[in-house]
Design a protein around this ligand. Structure first.
Ligand code: SF4
Length: 276
């Protein structure tokens, strides 16, 4: 496997932000991204999207020197929550729109006041240069799109690292962001940053977790060596090599132990024979 730049005529275009899901349950990923299955999300997922919209407006405003305030970010969050891009099923989660708004306002305000100012961001949800992955057998997968929800931050020594915002009902535990399972996403973003800018990632990655259930909390956690896990080394194949094999053979493996293996999160659940 190798990943040369700008091969012509990719067999498949894949959004960079979806790539990591392939390493959670590839069978689910195939259902959503190749077969076009859709699952109806609940209000909590819509709340997550709204919180990310609000925080991104604020951080982009800091970068641009636009003078946006936490109130502006809160407004962007409420607008997105009340008028989401995609429909959601209000009966799917145990919270009302007013409760969702209260949680969102608390988290966005906390983020803008207590968290964001501690970071020196150099890019927010950066657009990436397409990266072609030659899977062999004439199959070329092209990763495109933006680093959804992620920022590039400058570290103390001047090097850069990824900071990825993750929201969810259990995104923070015991005061720290949950990092488990986020390595492939971080590794993909590190790879794409280096490919896009020609500059190396030299700082560790951080997850900034925003907890949307119970007490609204924000915590951080660190991920190291994510890119190496993605590309491998002389002794161990990287996850990209496993992915290339799946694309070449068309065999996408199920993972019934995935945290998303439920009727609520997997649109393939009804027909998938692999779960309990
Ligand atoms: S039901 Fe479970 S095993 Fe089957 S595709 Fe969905 S997440 Fe994967």
């Amino acid at each position: 496997m190798n990943a040369p730049e700008n091969l012509t005529a990719p067999s498949l275009r894949i959004r960079a932000s979806s790539w990591a899901g392939l390493f959670d349950c590839a069978y689910r990923w195939e259902g959503i991204h190749l077969l076009g299955l859709r699952n109806v999300v609940g209000l909590r997922a819509a709340l997550g999207t709204a919180i990310h919209a609000g925080t991104a407006v604020f951080d982009q405003g800091r970068l641009d020197g636009a003078g946006l305030t936490a109130d502006d970010a809160a407004g962007a969050m409420v607008d997105k929550l009340r008028d989401p891009d995609n429909e959601y099923d209000p009966a799917r989660d145990d919270l009302t729109i007013n409760e969702a708004e209260r949680v969102g306002l608390t988290l966005v305000s906390k983020y803008c006041t207590d968290v964001s100012p501690h970071y020196d961001f150099v890019a927010v949800e950066m657009e990436t240069k397409p990266l072609d992955i030659d899977c062999g057998g004439g199959v070329i997968v092209r990763l495109t799109g933006t680093m959804d929800r992620a920022r590039i931050r400058k570290g103390v020594g001047g090097g850069v690292g990824i900071a990825d915002l993750k929201s969810g009902s259990a995104a923070v535990q015991k005061g720290a962001a949950v990092t488990k399972g986020h390595g492939p996403q971080i590794g993909t973003y590190e790879l794409l940053y280096e490919h896009t800018t020609g500059q190396p990632i030299t700082d560790e990655a951080e997850i900034i977790g925003l907890k949307t259930k119970g007490t609204a909390e924000i915590g951080t956690g660190t991920i190291r060596n994510a890119k190496r896990v993605m590309v491998g080394d002389q002794d161990t194949p990287g996850l990209i090599e496993f992915a290339a094999e799946m694309f070449k053979t068309g065999r996408f493996y199920p993972n019934p132990k995935s945290l998303l293996c439920s009727d609520k999160y997997c649109p393939r659940y009804a027909t998938c024979p692999f779960h309990d």
